[in-house]
Design a protein around this ligand. Structure first.
Ligand code: FAD
Ligand code: SF4
Length: 333
């Protein structure tokens, strides 16, 4: 591991105003389950590491559930949010996405803020002995294009990068139309969570719309009773401790047996947590049955492109989504 400056922040303002060597990159340290891992692999090389765990006694460490909705602080641990009775009852897709992520030890350490900012598991990104990786080293190429790309993305890829966004929780936030609160040098701002992640385009190394030094403070979900009709379905190579090969987070507002509105986000198949708007449009005003769920799934993957080893994900992703929609429609709420 390379040398770095370690700081502890005792307030959010201090965290985002920490002095940096010039030029220098700073990273916040929450659970460290992504950051320390990638620093040991020499993939992430921050000059400054700012430990924000002391802020867990502020709103960053709180789960606040009320009539208006749910606020999840960025330092809440995955396990605590997954186990919270209000989250389980009113926002099941959130609890399920967290419970199906990683293993118990990681869930006890990992924070929600760190979770949504976890980096891709692309082998070529994580192993610096491969020189070609545009995400790690812009302009160097992409070893996965012609390499082993079974776990890579079929949606949202570019000529620069086909790496999959690996997390689960982000899809649940999109299915519930969450917002994110961030704090930076210039103050605080709130924006739709769906706008946090950035497609690789021609700059695969820029993964989010966060400004330099900005810290995630919390995630906000405005309450709606139909959010109880939400779920997360994750398909993986083994039943525990494994990333999604394909997943779907769905929330469906049914009225009189037909879909008034729905929100659908896909995981394991795309370069970012993927909102499937075409699928949502295809379902509107229809009952959810095998035929309409399949039609929605076809719409979701209409623009998908398979590579040498990952083309199977297109059919798998469609089946995963169709099944998730039918299960959600059958829920008693
Ligand atoms: P850290 O490692 O502390 O930080 C990660 C990144 O986020 C860093 O760049 C850091 O600077 C930044 N950061 C942290 N907090 C903030 C903040 N508040 N504001 C701005 N930036 C911030 N995840 C899944 O979703 N599903 C899985 O199935 C899964 N399986 C896993 C299996 C293994 C073996 C491992 C090691 C991880 C797995 N993960 C999985 C990933 C895990 O969930 C993440 O590593 C974890 O959630 C990251 O949270 P953290 O608090 O440890 O983040
Ligand atoms: Fe790097 Fe992306 Fe290519 Fe993987 S897919 S090698 S992360 S550029």
């Amino acid at each position: 591991m390379r040398p770095f400056i370690f700081q502890r922040a005792d307030s959010a303002v201090a965290a985002v105003r920490a002095p940096l060597p010039t030029p220098g990159e700073a990273q916040f340290l929450a659970g460290g389950t992504t950051l320390i891992d990638l620093m040991k692999l020499d993939v992430m090389r921050p000059d400054v590491v700012i430990d924000i765990n002391g802020l867990d006694r502020t709103s960053l460490g709180l789960i606040e559930a009320g009539r208006g909705g749910l606020r999840l602080g960025a330092l809440v641990r995955m396990a605590d949010a997954a186990d919270h009775p209000d989250v389980q009852r009113d926002y099941p897709v959130i609890a399920q996405s967290l419970m199906l992520g990683a293993g118990a030890r990681i869930r006890n350490m990992a924070s929600l803020g760190g979770n949504v900012l976890q980096r891709t598991r692309c082998t070529y990104f994580r192993d610096v002995s491969y020189p070609a990786c545009n995400k790690r080293d812009p302009g160097s190429g992409c070893a996965a294009m012609t390499g082993f790309n079974r776990m890579h993305a079929v949606l949202g890829a570019s000529d620069q990068c086909i790496a999959t966004y690996p997390g689960d929780f982000a899809q649940a936030l999109i299915a519930l139309d969450a917002s994110v609160d961030v704090i930076g040098h210039d103050g605080a701002r709130t924006f739709p969570f769906a706008a946090l992640h950035r497609l690789p385009g021609d700059a695969a190394d820029i993964e989010t719309t966060l400004r330099p030094g900005e810290m995630i403070a919390s995630f906000l979900i405005a309450a709606a009773p139909w959010m109880r009709r939400s779920l997360y379905l994750k398909v993986r190579d083994r039943e525990s401790y494994e990333f999604a090969v394909a997943s779907a987070a769905v929330a469906v507002d049914l009225q009189g047996g037909t879909v008034r509105t729905s929100r659908i986000a896909l995981g394991g198949v795309a370069t970012v947590p993927w909102r499937a708007r075409q699928a949502e449009d295809a379902l509107r005003g229809k009952p959810v049955d095998a035929e309409t769920a399949r039609a929605a799934a076809e719409a979701a993957f209409a623009g998908a492109r398979g590579r040498k080893h990952n083309a199977f994900k297109i059919e798998l992703g469609k089946r995963t989504l169709a099944r998730a929609l039918q299960r959600a429609a059958a829920l008693e709420i």
